[in-house]
Structure formats: C-alpha cells, structure tokens
Design a protein around this ligand. Structure first.
Ligand code: ADP
Length: 459
C-alpha cells in the first residue's frame, strides 16, 4: 500500500507561518482592530456626554428622557459590537438577551433590562473598548503600514518611473522582508483579536448556563409541539381507513345484505381487507419512527455486496411496473465488487420504497433506473432515477418530513401516508449514510443513497 511520507518539519512550519497571508480571517481581524479606536470614541463620547447631560437635567423630564436614550444607544452599540465580534473576529458570542416568555409592558421591559447582567457588562465593554481601541488601532496601523508600504510602494514607483533594468531587485529587495513582516504582524494581530473576541463573548452574551437552560426549554417546547402534531396527523390518517372498514362491515351486517350480489360482497370484503392492511402498515411505520426517536432503531451493519441486492430488487419489481403502470424498470448497471456498510434487509426495504415511489409517480411509458457507483475511495452511491412528474422545489425540502405529501389528493391515490421517505432517511442514517433527492418538475426525480464503502472481501 502506498503511504504518504511525513512532510518535512521546515515545510510544515513555513506553511503555517505564511498561511495567515491568504486566510480572510486575518484581514477581517485586522479590520476590527484598525477600526476599534474610532468606534470606541463614538461609543464613549455618546454615552458620556448623554449621561452627563441627562444627570444634569434629571430635575426636568428632559434629563430622564436623555438617560433613556443613552440606555437605548448603549444597547444598540452592544448589538453592533456583538455582530462585529462574530463576523470580524469569528468569536462565538451567545445572544445578548434571551427572548421573554410573556408580553411585557414598557415599564416592565425597562425594569427587566436594568436587571439584566448583560446590560451592565456590555456597557462596561463599550467603555473598556476605548483604552483597548487606543492600543489596538495604533499598534495595528504601526505594524501593518510599513509592511504594506514595503510591498506596494515599489509597484507605484515602477508605474510612475517605468520599468528599469533593475526591476526585479527594485520589487524583491523591499518585498521579501515586507511579506515576512506582514505574516508576523498578522499572527500577532490574530492573537490579539482572538483574546479580545473571548473577552467580547464573556461581556456581550448571556452566561453559558443561562443559554443552555433556554436551549433546553426551547427544545422541550419543540418536541412537545411535534408530539402534538404527530397525534393530530395519526388521528387524521386513522380516520379514513377506520371509517371505510366500519361502513363496509356495517353494510355487511345489515339485515337486507342477502340482496348483495356475491361480486359486491367480495368487493366490500376486499376493500375491508386492504384498509386493514393499510392500518397494519401505518402501525408498523409509526412503531419504527418511535424507535428512531428513542434511538432504538437497530440496524445490523455489515459489508454488503450491492450487485445481488439491487439486481434481485429490480427483477422482482420490473414485471409489476410493466403490468400495473406501464413503466419500464431498467436493468441496473452495478459494477461488480462494490461493497457497502449496510444492513441488507433494511437497505432492501429503503430501496424498494424508493423504487415503488418512482414507479408510482411516473406516468405510463416512463422509465425508472437504478445506478450504483463508487464515490471516491470510501463511499458508494445508489441513484434511483425516474422520468416522472418530479417534485416542486418548495416541496423538495419537506418530502423527508413525517406525513408530508407533495400533493395530498394526488398522493392519496397511491395509498401512502407520507412516512416512507422519513423512515428511509432514518434507516439510511442509522447505517451511517445519507438519503437526499434532486428533482426537475415535469422531468423526473432522483433519490441518492450514499453509504460508506468497504473493500470487497478477497475470494
Ligand atoms: P408516500 O407514501 O406518500 O409516497 P413518501 O414519504 O414515500 O410518502 O413520499 C413523500 C412524498 O414525496 C410523496 O407523497 C410524493 O409527493 C413525493 N415523492 C416521493 N417520491 C417521489 C417521486 N419519485 N416522484 C415524485 N414525487 C415523489
């Protein structure tokens, strides 16, 4: 087997040293530091002048209004600073405040604002930014200006005086130390920016404990809502088959049922049996989703050769596709020896659901194909493509959601509950893979299963 030899330590350190030059973060960071002083001056002057004038005028109403304006301005500056820290310094800053659970009166809002830790911490941050800005802006300009001048001034000279025989030396002699210096300056400025970004995260965001508590509450609310939706959806789905079964059984129990022809009797029993099967399928699907939610969806992953699985599936479904839907299921092209990590039974289940969908959503004369190919060294991809009705972009992002049907009335004809793709995705993810879809409305859809590959066992 071929192994890459270790890169020489000198090359490694050189690359690390010069990497800052082409990392956008270095320049965003430098921009933050260069603009720190003007922004800090604006914050400090607005807040100090506003507070002093407000304090002096407290006896009159105008002073209190001014103090309120200062409070609002400080909050807006804090929001701006938080955004700058996130965008320019790449800092991970929690939200400044967590959303209120109830609707508040303006007075309560003010009291809550004054009680918030971040109100006072962010105010302190804005004031501390003045000495920091004084240092950061002067330092950043001091180290960047000579380096940038060393790189760009010779180009200016060259442009004004025209090329001379010594053009190379004219550019390179000041250029090399300037580039070396610029990389060093960016390293130092990055370190300052990182430290200041951590400080900003502490001062401009709610405490991590508060944030975690809020996140947990939000997730619990979401889970509660999705449980309520699930109950509603399930009740809705149960209603139709149960009503059909009930109506048919009732009609069979009527005293005058002997008037029914044998044919009609058979038809009603067949409908009842089909609806009962649908109910059993729905129960199975729901059980599987419940297992997935409880992280109890067990898949027995092992190396699985794909050619036999896909071949058998196509063989068993092609006649049905042809007879019932007049759709051609092409013989799949599977390169020999492609082995994926999967649970063979579950994979067959997902594939058969995708192929059945492809057949159902393809009009007469259409074609469904299954392609399997290696993707890079360590993945395999199975594509199930059809020339069917396709899926609109707005639906495409929802079709893997539970009970979602791109078009309720149309999908109802196919007898599905809108759970097949949701289950398919859960199963493929449990196998360590992904299930996605692309579609061109009117032209067809392709569903992609990507699985981890493993080398074919030696025979
Ligand atoms: P269903 O049992 O309703 O088919 P699925 O979860 O399998 O549920 O699919 C969800 C929805 O996605 C379907 O109702 C259908 O609108 C759409 N869909 C799935 N596969 C295809 C396809 N091959 N072509 C067009 N639409 C599809």
């Amino acid at each position: 087997m071929e192994t890459a030899g270790p890169a020489s330590p000198i090359a490694y350190w050189l690359r690390r040293y010069f990497q800052v030059l082409w990392e956008p973060r270095s320049y965003l960071n430098a921009l933050y530091l260069v603009t720190a002083l003007p922004l800090a001056l604006m914050y400090a002057s607005t807040l100090l002048v506003g507070s002093i004038l407000g304090a002096l005028g407290t006896f009159f109403l105008v002073g209190i209004v001014l103090l309120l304006v200062v409070l609002v301005a400080a909050w807006l500056f804090a929001i701006l600073e938080r955004e700058l820290a996130i965008v320019l310094l790449g800092a991970k800053v929690p939200p400044l405040a967590l959303p209120d659970q109830e609707i508040l009166t303006p007075w309560k809002m003010l009291v809550r604002h004054l009680q918030r830790g971040t109100t006072w911490r962010s105010l302190a941050f804005l004031l501390v930014k003045l000495p920091f800005g004084l240092f950061a802006t002067i330092f950043a300009l001091g180290v960047l200006t000579p380096c940038l001048a060393g790189i760009f001034v010779p180009f200016g000279d060259l442009a004004s005086s025209g090329p001379r025989p010594s053009v190379i030396t004219q550019l390179i002699v000041p250029g090399i130390p300037a580039v070396l210096g610029l990389a060093l300056a960016l390293h130092v400025l990055n370190a300052i920016g990182r430290a200041w970004g951590r400080f900003a995260a502490d001062m401009l965001g709610v405490s991590p404990e508060q944030h975690q508590l809020w996140e947990a509450r939000r997730r619990a609310e979401l889970a509660d809502r999705s449980r309520r939706e699930l109950i509603m959806n399930v009740s809705h789905e149960l209603r139709t088959p149960i009503a059909t079964i009930q109506a048919h059984l009732d009609s069979l129990l009527l005293p005058d049922q002997e008037r029914l022809s044998d044919e009609e009797l058979q038809r009603r029993l067949r409908v009842t049996a089909a609806e009962t099967r649908r109910l059993a399928d729905l129960t199975e699907d729901l059980l599987m989703l419940a297992r997935a939610d409880a992280h109890e969806l067990r898949v027995a992953n092992r190396p699985v050769e794909l050619a036999p699985i896909v071949g058998q599936l196509a063989q068993s479904m092609a006649p049905l596709a042809r007879q019932q839907r007049k759709v051609t299921l092409e013989e799949p092209a599977v390169p020999e020896g492609l082995v994926a990590v999967a649970d063979p039974d579950r994979l067959s289940q997902v594939l058969s659901n995708l192929v059945r969908n492809a057949i159902n959503y393809t009009p007469e004369g259409g074609v469904v194909s299954i392609r399997v190919e290696g993707k890079g060294n360590d993945h395999v991809q199975i594509a199930i493509a059809d020339t069917g009705i396709g899926i609109a972009a707005a639906d495409l992002e929802h079709i893997f959601e539970r009970f979602y049907r791109a078009d309720g009335s149309r999908a109802r004809v196919t007898g599905g509950f809108g759970l097949g793709l949701a289950i398919g995705r859960e199963l493929v993810e449990a196998m360590g893979g992904t299930l996605t879809a692309t579609s061109e409305p009117g032209l067809g859809s392709t569903f992609w299963i990507t699985l981890r590959a493993t080398p074919a066992p030696a025979r």
